[in-house]
Design a protein around this ligand. Structure first.
Ligand SMILES: Cc1cc2nc3c(=O)[nH]c(=O)nc-3n(C[C@H](O)[C@H](O)[C@H](O)COP(=O)(O)O)c2cc1C
Length: 165
């Protein structure tokens, strides 16, 4: 299995060169993340590809991880704090359209999801969203290994900081 060979090649890189990862390879990694499973398919996170050196410098301030500013691309996974009814409605509508169903055909699913998520606290949503984001991170690492792209997983950006970009 080619994947095992590529995973044996993979390691958490500590020091990056100036070499830029091609946009084509980054696009493939992003696509792999997009195709990752998530609970209920809700994808309760967004992933930002950050190349701007100043932004990466700011994000890395106070961190021992020089990779934050030294890598060519920084992929930031930002989990949702809230799973709103509007978000669920849009998601279910998209499912209906993609499957050529009538509007409202998946109302039972929509209502079930809204009933489930409405009483959840911000903390519950945050923990759940972060778990889903970690699955995306795993996929990203595997995809990078397949493409022989160096990568370093890390965690710890303060929540909400992305809103200040
Ligand atoms: C969630 C997570 C957080 C990590 N945080 C860091 C980190 O902040 N800095 C770092 O250099 N490596 C970090 N790592 C990489 C691990 O230290 C590394 O994967 C582990 O030591 C095994 O080494 P390998 O990946 O090279 O096989 C992290 C890994 C994971 C999965």
């Amino acid at each position: 299995m080619e994947l095992i060979k590529n995973l044996k090649w993979r390691y958490a890189v500590k020091k990056y060169s100036d070499e830029q990862v091609s946009e084509d390879k980054v696009d493939q990694i992003v696509e792999a993340i997009n195709l990752t499973a998530s609970s209920c398919g809700i994808q309760p996170y967004r992933m930002f590809v950050i190349t701007n050196p100043e932004v990466r410098q700011r994000l890395g301030e106070g961190s021992f991880n020089a990779q934050i500013h030294a890598s060519s691309h920084l992929l930031v996974f930002a989990g949702f704090n809230e799973i709103t009814s509007d978000y669920i409605s849009d998601y279910v509508l998209m499912m209906e359209q993609q499957r050529n169903l009538e509007n409202g055909a998946l109302n039972v699913l929509k209502d079930t999801l809204i009933d489930y998520f409405s009483p959840q606290t911000t903390e519950q949503n945050t923990i759940w969203s972060d778990k889903q984001a970690y699955i995306g991170l795993g996929t990203a690492l595997i995809a990078a290994a397949e493409l022989k792209v160096d990568a370093t997983p890390m965690e710890g950006l303060i929540r909400n900081c992305l809103m200040k970009f």
